[in-house]
Write a protein that binds this ligand. Sequence first.
Ligand code: SAM
Length: 280
Amino acid sequence: MDRDLSREEFQRFHDLIYQLAGIHYPPEKLALLSNRLRRRLRALSVPSYDAYLGMLQHQTKGKETQEFLDSITTNETYFFRCQRHWDFFRSWAERRAQEPSVRRDGFRIWSAAASTGAEAYTIVIVLHQVLGANFGSIPIEVLGTDLSQKVLTEARAARYRPYALSQTPADVAAKYFTKVGTDELQFDPKLAKLVTFQSHNLMEPLLGGRSFDFVFLRNVMIYFDTESKAKVLRHAYAVTRPGGHLVVGESESLLNVEQPFTYCKPSIFQKPVAAPTARA
Ligand SMILES: C[S@@+](CC[C@H](N)C(=O)[O-])C[C@H]1O[C@@H](n2cnc3c(N)ncnc32)[C@H](O)[C@@H]1O
């Protein structure tokens, strides 16, 4: 297949992607989507976009659906992305560490849309810097979730190209990473163990009765329309503890989105302290 999708084919793939992941591919991304699909067509020796769509529609929970989702998501991420967020998180963690209840409840943080794990491991680094050796014996729970299995596999391996550390101070990189192979950096395996990575679609509620002090939901809502954003934010709210925070990407606006968090600072929101625990 050496041509781009027709408008009509694009619309059919758009609708399937929206149905599966809540992602809205705008028409100007037709060439990008065509390129991404062509790779799957070649890998499977499928002769046309139409045949590939038929294959996906035939079994929406099959192995190829996962490969399809892996191929159409954008997974750009790096350590210490948006320094302002990490400054806020560090100050919050310093205050929280002084509260007596932290010894019992610990720190519970969710990196939703975790991609290859740089965000979840940045959380661990900041907590380690704040709490010191053995995290001051305070329980730490960091959950990283994503729709793409491919990125979750990479996240669990915790190996990064230098690009992922381009915003990481040199002394932090030297302390928490070791060089492996010719051009990769391995995040400290003892600290990496603190993060649990699991598959999760943000269009669904997060199950398991967990609640979090902080939810990082960054640089994913840019791919969602207003309706999908509202749904994801409701799900995030349901698992944020009263007084807990939500951080979204710097370029992501919640204006015009019906959602229950209150504004705190640009791209940082909070669940009111007196809020009842909502259902997803
Ligand atoms: C650009 S990355 C953002 C990574 C990280 N949060 C950051 O800010 O650096 C967006 C991630 O969202 C994931 N994603 C897209 N739609 C999703 C959905 N419906 N449910 C869960 N993850 C999704 C993609 O697979 C991708 O890894």
